[in-house]
Design a protein around this ligand. Sequence first.
Ligand code: SAH
Length: 217
Amino acid sequence: MTSASHLDIHRERMIDEQLIPRGIHDHATLAAMRTVPRHLFVDDAMYSCAYGDHPLPIGSGQTISQPYIVALMTQALQLDGNERVLEIGTGSGYQAAILSRMCERVFTIERIDSLLVRARKIFDKLRYHNIISRIDDGTTGWPSEAPFEGILVTAGGPKIPEPLLEQLADPGRMIIPVGDQFVQELQLIEKREGEVNIQVIEQVRFVNLIGDHGWAG
Ligand code: SAH
C-alpha cells in the first residue's frame, strides 16, 4: 500500500515535471490538478502508477488519459468558474472531477454503465456534488441542458458531432479529438458572434467515440 503522503508527493511531481515544462500555465487548471486525487480514479493495484506520464486502463477496454492531455484539454476551455460544461466520455470520472473544481456545473455522459457506476461512487466519496451524469450516446449531446459554454469530448470520432456544435453556447469553446481510429488531431472549436473557428492543438490518440454521430459500435 502506498501511503497518502507519498501519493501527494507524486502528484506535486506530476505538476512540476509533466505539466509546467510542457506549457500548462492556466492557474485554475494547475490548482485542480493539484487538488484532485487522481489515484482514486484508477484500480487500487495501480495507485503507485496513477501519477505516471501515461494513460492507464480503467476496464471495459477504456483508458484514463495521460495527465498532460487532461490538463491541455482543460486549459483550452479557458474556464473562469461560471460555466456549465458538457463532457462526453466519463470513463474513470477523473476529467469530470478536474472540470468540477473549475466551473459551476459539469454534465457528463458515458455509454458504458459499469464505468459510470464506479465514477459516481468516487464523486460521492469526494463530495463533488456539481457533477451530473447519465448513461447515453453522448454524440447527441444533452439537449435539455444546452447550451454549454464548454464542451469536452474524451473519445475520438471521425467528425465534430453536429448536435454538439448546436449545443455549444455563443460564446463557447469545444475541445475534441477528430481523425481516424488510430490517430486524431485535437481540435479547439470557438463559437463567437455566430462564427465558428477551428484550431488544431496537437496530435493525439484516444479510444473510439461510438454513437450516432461517431463510429459505429
Ligand atoms: N474522461 C475519461 C476518459 C475515458 S476514455 C477519464 O477521465 O477517465 C473515453 C470514454 O468515452 C470511454 O469510457 C468510452 O466508453 C466513452 N465513450 C465513447 N463513446 C461514447 C459516447 N458516444 N457517449 C458517451 N461516452 C462514450
